[in-house]
Ligand binder design. Sequence first.
Ligand code: GLV
Ligand code: MN
Ligand code: MN
Length: 404
Amino acid sequence: MTFAELWRELEPIGRDPQTGGYRRYSWTEADAQCRAWFTGQAAKRGLAVETDNNGNLWAWWGPKRPGAVVTGSHLDSVPDGGAFDGPLGVVSALAAVDLLKDKDFSPERPVVLAAFTEEEGARFGVPCLGSRLLAGVVDPDAARVLTDDAGTTLADAMIAAGTDPGDLGPGDDLLRGIGAFVELHVEQGRALAPMGAALGLAEGIWPHGRWRFVFSGRADHAGTARLTDRRDPMLPYAATALAARQAAADRGAVATFGKVIVEPNGTNAVPSAVRAWLDARAADESVVEDTVTTVRSAAEGLCEEHGVTLSVRQESFTPLVRFDQALRDRIAATLAAAGVQAPVLPTGAGHDAGVLAARVPTAMLFVRNPTGVSHSPAEHADLADCEAGVRALAAILEDLAGPA
Ligand code: GLV
Ligand code: MN
Ligand code: MN
């Protein structure tokens, strides 16, 4: 099938008709439909699909042997996410297999298509949860009791979706069998368009993390509680959001409060608590730490002023990632031979490739995003660029899985 044909099939699943954004949260009905679609497509191509202990999907082209060449991405989304972040890599992988089959290519090392679970951490808070569990950098017991905003644990969500959470944990044998992982992904940011390049290669990923701030005050009546008597957690939270912006601007970092839960969330009540999640990223780990420390001490001072208590907890952290230089050079040479110049870019976005990079030679291929907007229904890549991505991926797989 062509990229466009595959894309059209997946496109409606989990899309909100009002916003046009995707709500493909892990272990929900939309997620089940995406997984079933992927499994069905893989089966149509004669690939053997397996779910690993952590809910990640692996579709094998060729018998299991060491040195597998893995490509893929994720199918889950952020709230009202774009169509491309994740699915572009999965659909391109299927389309690349079709291109290779059309030319009767037969892999010497298995080509494996992967779809990782809970990459965005949109439901259970820890991004790249499926690949982190696989790599053994998240404790399975801690993962099982992660909760979504409704209080459902990951374990219960998996059981409700018909998957056993009892065996979550490292997949050392699986990882040992991987010779290379290449994740194709929509560009997030706008570097390729001004360079006139349809494709790019990742140099590395900025260190980044998530911190949960809980501001606890006292609920009260919005009409009768005197301003001076209030312990309103919204006020230190609001000032902390501004402080985060300033702390990031002062250091060349980025810091975002993108998720806030207000309790009890009544128009005519002073809130009892505000829970807010800080996402902070920078080129250097020390800059991320310094930014977060600055935001935290601003929040502490503001809470004291307002009679509010504060607790802060780090929920995830990803150190600086540098992708494998030798693999990137080999891919660049393959692309150059096909007449494609792919600039090398750093990124502030997290990826399963960033987690796997600690264990296997890993590379990323970016497809131009003309506006750079991502994590938004406005995220976009032109069809011609997606097709160029598929051709490039097919050439990369042919080289990596072909005769040595
Ligand atoms: C994933 O897209 C992230 O960078 O948060
Ligand atoms: Mn994303
Ligand atoms: Mn992604």
